[in-house]
Design a protein around this ligand. Structure first.
Ligand code: MN
Length: 720
C-alpha cells in the first residue's frame, strides 16, 4: 500500500488471496527500523501465538497463524513500533484461544495486553443479537482506542488482511464483512486521515459487494487512461516549463480517485462515468508551505482559475488533519484541471494520517502531532456521546452519523474556527460549543443577521448563539439537527421530560375516567393503589400513570380495577380537554391539521401518546375499527397557542403575487410556515401555504383578507 496513485501505475485487479510470509520475512523487514532486542521480542510473540493457535485452521486451509503473521506484516509496512507488531501477532489469542489478558500482560507487557484486548470482540453469546454484539464490541474498541490510538491501527490492519483474503468465505459472510468494512472501518480510516488504508479497504469492499460494477468500472478506467495520456503529458509539460521559468521544483503526480470513490460520486451526484472522469487531476508536492502558495500563484497564472473553487486547507485543515491547497483551473480546450498543492509533510499526513507518526518518523512535526490531537478530540467527542446514548444500537447509529460527512468551517464570535458536518445548523453549532449552550439557545446571529435556528450554515460564516437560561431544547430541533452530539443531547432531555409529562397526562386521563364513575383519584385509598401496583408487578403508581400517558396501558382497565366496578355500568364520559399546550404526549395529526373549532377525535397510539385528528379525517375512518384506541377529546376554552393549517390558493401568476399574499397574511397576525408553488395552466399557479392560526375564527379572518386580493381567484382550506 505504499504505491502512490499515479496515472502511470498499473491497475491491479483484486484477488482476495495473498502470498504467505514467514516470521523470518517479518524479522527481516522490521530489523530495518527496529533494534535487535525489539525484533527478538517480536519473534517471541510469534512463537507464543503460534503455540496458542496450534491446530486451528483458516477457511483457506492454511494454519491459523498465517493470519496474525500477515497482520503483523501490514503493520511492519507502516513502520509501526515493536509493541504494535507484537499485538498484531497476538491479536486473536484472547478471542480465539484460552490465553487471558492477564497472562499476556505478564508474558509481554501491559501495553501489548491493552492493544490485544482492545481489538478482541466480546463473546456474541452474551448478547441478544449480532447487532448488539457488534455495537458493544465497537464501543469497547473505541474506549480502548482513546487510551491508545494504536488499537485502531492494529484493528484496521486485521480488517485489511481479512478483506484481502475473503475469497474462501461463504458469500453471505463475505458480503456481511464487506458491508461492515464500508460502513464502519473505511470511514474510521478516513476520520484518522489514513487515506491509503481507506482506499484499499473501500476497493476491496466494493469488489465483494458489487463485483460486476467493479469490473465494468475497472475496464472503463483502464481505457480512459489510455485515451488521456496525451493530454496529461501536454499539461504536465506546460506546468514543468513554467516552473522552470519561476525557479520552482515539485513532484507532479497525475491523480486518480480509487474505484469506489468514482462509483460513489456517480451514484450520489448522479453523474455518468464520463462526467466523473472528465477532470484532469494533478498533485504537486513541494518542499515547504511557502512554496505551496508560490506554486498556487504560478498555476493561477498559467491557467485561469475557476471562480469559487479555491480552498485553503493549509490555513484551515480538515478535521482529520488533512492539509493542502485545492484549486480548479480551465486547462487547454477548456478542460477542467483539479490541482492539489502541498508540502512533503502534508503529503505524508494525507496518505498515512495518524500512522504518519510511525511511518515517517515525523514525531515532532506539526502535521502529525496535529493529526493525533485531532484524533483524540474526535475520540473525546465519541466518549461523551456514548455516555449520552443509553443503548449500544443507538450509539452505533450516532457513530455512523458522526463518521464522515463533508465538513464546513464557521467562526465563533471570538474568531475561533469550528468544523461541522455539511448541513449543520446553529443548533448543531451551539451543541458543538457546549451542551449547555445548546440546551439554552433561542436564536442565532449568522453574520450580522438574526436567522432561524434551522438555517443551514455555510463555510466562512460567523455564528453567534443567543441563549436564555429559562429555555429548553425543543423537540422540533430533531427535525433539522444533524450532529450526533446535538441529537443525543436533545433526545436525552426529551426522554426525561417526556416521562414527567406522560405521568401528568396519565393522571388527567385516569381522573377523567374515574369521574365517569363519579369518583376521582383523591377518593381512591392508598391501599387500593398499592394493591394494583403489586398486581401489575411494578414498583410504583407513577409507572402506571406513565404507561397510561404513553398509551401503553388501557386507562379504562386501570380505572375499573381501581374502583372494582362492573364494566357494564353506563358510562357518562367527559371528553379530555385539549389545550394545545399539553406537550409531547398530545400531538396534532399532520394529515388533517386540526385547529381549535374543528370537531376532533383523539387516537391513543402506543408509545406516542394521543394524536388529535379532525373527526372527518380520512385516516380516522381507516383507523376507526380499533375502537378501544379512540378517545373523546374536545378543545379547552382557553387555547392560546398557534396551530398549523394548510390552505390552497389559486392565483394569477403575476410578478409580486407571493409578496402581496405574504404581506396580507402577516397583517392578519398570522405567519407563513411553508410555501409550495405549483405552476398550473399558463398564467396561473397553485399556492400551497402552511400558516399559523389560533383557531377557526382566526383562519376565517385570514381567508377573508386574502380574498380581497385581486390576483387570488380561489382559496380554500385543505382538509387532506
Ligand atoms: Mn484477526
Amino acid at each position: 500500500m505504499n504505491a502512490k496513485p499515479t496515472v502511470e501505475s498499473e491497475l491491479v485487479e483484486i484477488q482476495h488471496s495473498e502470498p504467505i510470509l514467514t516470521i523470518e520475512d517479518l524479522c527481516f523487514s522490521t530489523s530495518n527500523y527496529l533494534e535487535s532486542k525489539q525484533v527478538d521480542d517480536i519473534r517471541r510473540a510469534y512463537y507464543f501465538a503460534h503455540d496458542a493457535h496450534e491446530g486451528q485452521i483458516r477457511r483457506s486451509g492454511e494454519p491459523y497463524i498465517t493470519h496474525p503473521l500477515a497482520v503483523a506484516h501490514v503493520l511492519a509496512m507502516m513502520h509501526m513500533d515493536y509493541e504494535c507488531i507484537m499485538a498484531g501477532l497476538l491479536h486473536d489469542v484472547i478471542e480465539d484461544t484460552h490465553v487471558s489478558r492477564e497472562s499476556l500482560a505478564a508474558e509481554f507487557s501491559e501495553q501489548v495486553a491493552l492493544l490485544v484486548d482492545g481489538v478482541s470482540k466480546l463473546a456474541q453469546a452474551t448478547f441478544e443479537t449480532r447487532q448488539h454484539a457488534q455495537a458493544e464490541s465497537l464501543r469497547k474498541m473505541l474506549l480502548a482506542m482513546s487510551q491508545d490510538i494504536r488499537v485502531i491501527i492494529v484493528k484496521l490492519a486485521d480488517r485489511l488482511h481479512n478483506m484481502r483474503t475473503l475469497g474462501h468465505l461463504i458469500p453471505e459472510k463475505r458480503r456481511r464483512i464487506a458491508h461492515e468494512t464500508l460502513e464502519i472501518y473505511s470511514p474510521i480510516a478516513q476520520r484518522l486521515g489514513m487515506n491509503l488504508m481507506r482506499c484499499e479497504l473501500e476497493d476491496l469492499g466494493f469488489h465483494v459487494l458489487y463485483p460486476t460494477r467493479y469490473r465494468v468500472l475497472f475496464e472503463a478506467v483502464r481505457k480512459a487512461r489510455g485515451n488521456r495520456k496525451e493530454i496529461v503529458s501536454q499539461i504536465t509539460a506546460s506546468i514543468l516549463n513554467r516552473m522552470e521559468e519561476e525557479g520552482l521544483t515539485a513532484d507532479i503526480q497525475g491523480r486518480e480517485k480509487n474505484l469506489y470513490s468514482i462509483y460513489k460520486k456517480m451514484v450520489t451526484k448522479q453523474l455518468s462515468f464520463a462526467e466523473v472522469m472528465d477532470v484532469y487531476a494533478f498533485r504537486m508536492v513541494v518542499d515547504d508551505i511557502d512554496s505551496c502558495y508560490r506554486m498556487l500563484g504560478v498555476m493561477h497564472n498559467l491557467y485561469k482559475p475557476v471562480q469559487g473553487k479555491f480552498k485553503d486547507y493549509i490555513a484551515i485543515p480538515k478535521a482529520n488533519g488533512y492539509q493542502s491547497l485545492h484549486t480548479v483551473l480551465f486547462g487547454p480546450y477548456g478542460l477542467p484541471i483539479e490541482v492539489q498543492i502541498r508540502s512533503r509533510d502534508m503529503d505524508q499526513m494525507a496518505e498515512a494520517g495518524v500512522a504518519a507518526h510511525w511511518l515517517y518518523k515525523t514525531g515532532e512535526s506539526e502535521g502529525s502531532s496535529q493529526a493525533e490531537r485531532r484524533a483524540r478530540q474526535w475520540l473525546q467527542g465519541i466518549l461523551e456521546m456514548q455516555k449520552g446514548s443509553g443503548d449500544s444500537i443507538e450509539f452505533l447509529e450516532n457513530l455512523r452519523i458522526d463518521l464522515f460527512p463533508e465538513e464546513i468551517y464557521v467562526f465563533t464570535p471570538k474568531g475561533e474556527i469550528m468544523s461541522l458536518p455539511r448541513g449543520a445548523t446553529p443548533v448543531d453549532f451551539a451543541y458543538a460549543v457546549h451542551s449547555d449552550v445548546g440546551n439554552s439557545c433561542v436564536a442565532a446571529r449568522i453574520g450580522r443577521y438574526l436567522s432561524p435556528l434551522s438555517t443551514q450554515l455555510e463555510t466562512g460564516q460567523s455564528v453567534e448563539i443567543i441563549s436564555s437560561p429559562n429555555t429548553h431544547p425543543n423537540p422540533a430541533w430533531l427535525n433539522f439537527v444533524i450532529t450526533a452530539k446535538a441529537r443525543t443531547n436533545i433526545r436525552q432531555y426529551l426522554k426525561h421530560l417526556k416521562n414527567e409529562e406522560a405521568i401528568l397526562l396519565g393522571r388527567r386521563l385516569l381522573n377523567k375516567h374515574l369521574r365517569a364513575f363519579s369518583t376521582g383519584l383523591d377518593d381512591i385509598s392508598q391501599q387500593r393503589i398499592d394493591e394494583l401496583v403489586a398486581e401489575f408487578e411494578l414498583n410504583n403508581f407513577e409507572q402506571i400513570l406513565d404507561d397510561i400517558g404513553l398509551g401503553n396501558r388501557s386507562v379504562l382497565l386501570v380505572a375499573q380495577k381501581l374502583i372494582q366496578s362492573d364494566t357494564s355500568q353506563e358510562q357518562n364520559q367527559q371528553p379530555l380537554m385539549i389545550a394545545g399546550t399539553d406537550g409531547m404526549v398530545v400531538s396534532f395529526a399532520r394529515c388533517c391539521h386540526p385547529i381549535p373549532g374543528d370537531p376532533i377525535q383523539g387516537y391513543v397510539s402506543t408509545g406516542r401518546g394521543i394524536i388529535v385528528h379532525q373527526v372527518n379525517c380520512k385516516n380516522v375512518h381507516n383507523l376507526r375499527d380499533k375502537n378501544e384506541n379512540w378517545l373523546d377529546v374536545a378543545w379547552a376554552l382557553d387555547v392560546s397557542t398557534e396551530f398549523l393549517v394548510d390552505i390552497l390558493l389559486h392565483v394569477k401568476n403575476q410578478r409580486g403575487a407571493l409578496a402581496t399574499i405574504a404581506v396580507a397574511v402577516s397583517e392578519t397576525d398570522s405567519n407563513i410556515d411553508n410555501v409550495v408553488v405549483e405552476e398550473r395552466d399558463v398564467g396561473y399557479a397553485d399556492l400551497h401555504l402552511t400558516i399559523e392560526v389560533t383557531g377557526r375564527q382566526h383562519l376565517a379572518r385570514v381567508i377573508r383578507r386574502l380574498r380581497r386580493i385581486d390576483m387570488v381567484e380561489r382559496i380554500a382550506r385543505v382538509n387532506q
